[in-house]
Design a protein around this ligand. Structure first.
Ligand SMILES: Nc1ncnc2c1ncn2[C@@H]1O[C@H](COP(=O)(O)OP(=O)(O)OP(=O)(O)O)[C@@H](O)[C@H]1O
Ligand SMILES: [Mg+2]
Length: 305
């Protein structure tokens, strides 16, 4: 990191992250240490192998000092690379505590010219090492997480709009109980494939099932149209008669003209159309006696409030 980081100039979301993150969240724990009796050459090999730029020198878990790439370069320059580490390590080590916020660590990097700080815990044991790269990496990670959460808020994992426009038609024959239910089954399948939220799939399944059963039971036969548009879906039931004289009456809960036989099959509670209305964001029924009935159920692809 070059230059000073002015915490006041950072966007507040970044400062908040840096205050929330602790040194222990960012530090490297895979700690590579050396003993004061190891040679500078050994330290250099370790840095090369582990791809690190500094090694704490310890005795047990007590921190004695730290050796850095700069010390190694000096040793090469001045020809003492095979000497033991001890006289050349930095002994007045400035360290961080694992519970400090990262803002604190940044101020340390600004204040001292070291490239890394050993990290100790409350018991003064060496628990990690923190470089400016570690801070950067943990900040990038936290920012990514923050952005992902924001994106999820804008585009939830289940899209609330479908990028695909889909149109399907299903034909329903009079009293064909064997096939009645197929349209709603297919509609459910399509919506699942389009990752539409489960709640909406359930509502579309209720509307389409009730409407196709009504075609089979109460009409001469007809068809169901299914349209998935960008932000809503439309289920349209069209039949070829006999039509309904008073559409306002048939949508009342409990109203049914189903005969005994239909009732014995489990239909005829007069709850089909009221249930379609309940699950629809918009509902229309148009009918002409002698010609036929068209019922439309529109469901918005948005989460219930
Ligand atoms: N496509 C249609 N053509 C003619 N009449 C219909 C049609 N759909 C519904 N109806 C009339 O509207 C009434 C009410 O329909 P609804 O679906 O609410 O109840 P149901 O079908 O009788 O009983 P349930 O749906 O509870 O099994 C029906 O009994 C019927 O008289
Ligand atoms: Mg019905």
């Amino acid at each position: 990191m070059q230059g000073k980081i002015s915490l006041e100039k950072l966007p507040s979301v970044v400062t908040e992250i840096l205050l929330r993150l602790k040194v222990k969240d960012a530090m490297s724990q895979a700690l590579h240490t050396a003993k004061k009796t190891n040679t500078l050459k050994e330290a250099q090999n370790m840095m090369k192998e582990k791809r690190i730029s500094g090694i704490p020198i310890v005795e047990g878990d007590r921190l004695l000092g730290i050796i850095s790439v700069d010390d190694i370069l000096n040793a090469f320059d001045k020809g003492y690379i095979d000497d033991p580490i001890e006289p050349y390590m930095t002994k007045t080590v400035v360290f961080l505590e694992d519970d400090m916020p990262l803002t604190f660590a940044i101020s340390y990097f600004d204040k001292y010219s070291f490239g890394r700080f050993p990290v100790i815990n409350k018991k003064k044991q060496l628990v990690g090492i923190l470089t400016s790269r570690d801070i950067l990496m943990s900040l990038v990670q936290a920012l990514n997480q923050e952005i992902k959460e924001l994106e999820d808020k804008i585009h939830p994992e289940h899209p609330l709009h479908s990028p695909n426009k889909i149109h399907r038609e299903f034909f329903i024959k009079k009293l064909d109980f064997e096939n009645a239910g197929k349209a709603s089954f297919e509609i459910k399948k399509i919506l699942k494939e389009e990752n539409i939220p489960q709640k909406i799939i359930r509502r579309a399944a209720i509307a389409s099932y009730e409407l196709e059963i009504n075609i089979a039971i109460h009409s001469e036969g007809g068809k169901m149209l299914f349209d998935l548009e960008g932000e809503y879906l439309v289920i349209t039931a069209q039949d070829n008669g006999p039509g309904i004289a008073d559409p306002d009456k048939v949508i009342k809960p409990g109203y049914s003209t189903a005969n005994e036989w239909i009732r014995s099959l489990g239909f005829g509670a007069g709850m089909g159309l009221p249930n379609v209305i309940k699950v629809s964001d918009d509902f229309k029924i148009e009918s002409e006696v002698g010609k036929g009935t068209t019922v439309k159920s529109i469901i918005l692809l948005k989460e219930d409030d």
